[in-house]
Design a protein around this ligand. Structure first.
Ligand code: NDP
Length: 433
């Protein structure tokens, strides 16, 4: 707090983590002696840079770019790039910090990082997006590399943006090695990467439900967001027999009792880059409401999957989720629940899958993409999807085991934090930093 007084999101992420891992220090005083916490909460490197680009009217625009390389104890830095007007150092640091433990939980050799810019892609032409991405990469390329730091997508960064970023990297570095993940299939991307975070969320949820003698089949599910994570969470939930009755964006949400029409949602969001209001106009039986899904009164459902953004659910809204009859919340977005919301879930006895465990599927498949690039091979969809499923089941099991080891009952949040943390701490100790 003293060092970063103006970084509320970063502080929130660190305090959530500290609450969960406190019991570890009684058992491992050597971590205290080695100042593991002090080292973990300070990024190994954080860069901020100017991104100047020309708009379609010929005016020069200036944005701020970031890359925070948090911790490389277990492998090269890995984490997404976010393009959204809200991006600042606090948000990039919270995301990078969470990424350390998420990446550790996957069991794969990747360290934690995050980056992005306060550039707003909404309403920009393709040419403007390209010029921005090229300018961003001219600076970013100084700090990344296939064995050093491999960025991916996040909010506002999908296949189109990764393509423009990668194209510029190759021109600058004359290297065709996989320095970004989430690439197109024709130039080194992995099958199942687009689906990975949403599918992985459902594999994790399925395992959490099974562990509690429940199943997804026949459940009513609400999903927030309508981007990459939300769309593929909806798809897998439907494949597993659930009915998903909602999707949302930052202006409003849609309720559709018969279930979201996935082909239309994909067309509106992925092809036309439209709004949820456009979706509601394109299908029958859907009602559109402005505001937050989590403020909707009178809904009943079994499972809530927040897949939009950080702090989208506060304490009051979490109480409404419990009142709606929910038995489980699993986080597709990063830190979508405030600490007050998590306390409400605990009070109501909901099963809770925290982001750093439940949404780790995206980065896991990104690492599989790195591995395919190094081998110069492309694995089949079934192979990658199968590995993703195994990884997500494993993450849940590791969280359960860690919670048990520390007598924390069925606290999967604490279990995930502890399992992710101890691997990184041991690696730091072993390397004598
Ligand atoms: P996208 O940009 O594809 O989609 C984000 C979606 O969330 C959009 O529909 C956006 O609506 C909506 N949204 C943003 N802010 C709000 C808000 N305040 N209220 C309601 N809806 C909102 O991003 P992703 O799907 O990739 O990312 C979503 C979340 O998942 C983020 O927290 C991200 O960090 C996390 N995540 C993503 C991974 C990935 O592989 N993509 C991996 C792990 C985590 P609008 O269009 O109006 O802005």
């Amino acid at each position: 707090q003293r060092r970063d007084p103006n970084q509320p999101e970063f502080q929130e992420a660190v305090f959530n983590f500290l609450d969960a891992v406190t019991p570890v220090f009684d058992k491992h005083p050597e971590y205290i002696a080695a100042s593991i916490l002090e080292r973990l909460t300070e990024p190994e490197r954080a860069v901020q840079f100017q991104v100047a680009w020309q708009d379609d009217q010929g005016h020069m625009q200036v944005n701020r770019g970031f890359r925070v390389q948090f911790n490389s104890a277990i492998g090269p830095y890995k984490g997404g790039l976010r393009l959204h007007p809200s991006v600042n150092l606090s948000i990039v640091k919270f995301l990078g910090f969470e990424q350390i433990f998420k990446n550790s939980l996957t069991g794969l050799p990747i360290g934690g990082a995050k980056g992005g810019s306060d550039f707003d892609p909404k309403g920009k032409s393709d040419a403007e997006i390209m010029r921005f991405c090229q300018s961003f990469m001219i600076e970013l390329q100084k700090y990344i590399g296939p064995d050093l730091d491999v960025p991916a997508g996040d909010i506002g960064v999908g296949g189109r943006e990764i393509g423009y970023l990668y194209g510029m990297y190759k021109r600058l570095r004359e290297s065709d090695r996989g320095v970004l993940t989430g690439k197109g299939l024709s130039y080194g991307g992995s099958l199942a990467r687009t689906e990975a975070t949403g599918f992985g969320l459902l594999y994790y949820l399925d395992e959490m439900l099974k562990h509690n003698d429940q199943t997804l089949a026949g459940k009513r599910v609400v999903v927030s967001g309508a981007g990459n994570v939300a769309i593929y969470a909806i798809q897998k939930a439907q494949e597993l027999g659930a009915t998903v009755i909602s999707a949302s964006d930052s202006t409003g949400y849609v309720i559709q009792e018969a279930g979201i029409d996935l082909p239309t949602l994909k067309k509106v969001k992925e092809v036309k880059r439209g709004r949820m209001s456009d979706y509601a106009n394109a299908v029958s039986g859907a009602t559109y409401h402005t505001g937050s899904l989590w403020d909707a009164e009178g809904l009943t459902y079994d499972i809530a999957l927040p897949c939009a953004t950080q702090n989208e659910i506060n304490g009051e809204q979490a109480a409404r989720i419990a009142k709606a009859g929910a038995i489980a919340v699993a986080e597709g977005a990063n830190m979508p629940s405030t600490p007050e919301a998590i306390a409400e879930y605990q009070k109501a006895g909901l099963l809770f899958g925290p982001a750093k465990a439940a949404n780790a599927g995206g980065v896991a498949v990104s690492e599989l993409e790195m591995s395919q690039n190094s081998r110069r091979q492309a694995d089949s969809f079934a192979t990658v999807d199968g590995e993703l499923k195994d990884i997500m089941v494993n993450i849940f099991q590791k969280s359960v085991a860690a919670a048990k080891e520390y007598d924390l009952g069925e606290d999967y949040d604490a279990g995930a934090n502890i399992a992710g943390f101890t691997k990184v701490a041991d690696a730091m100790m072993a390397q004598g930093w």
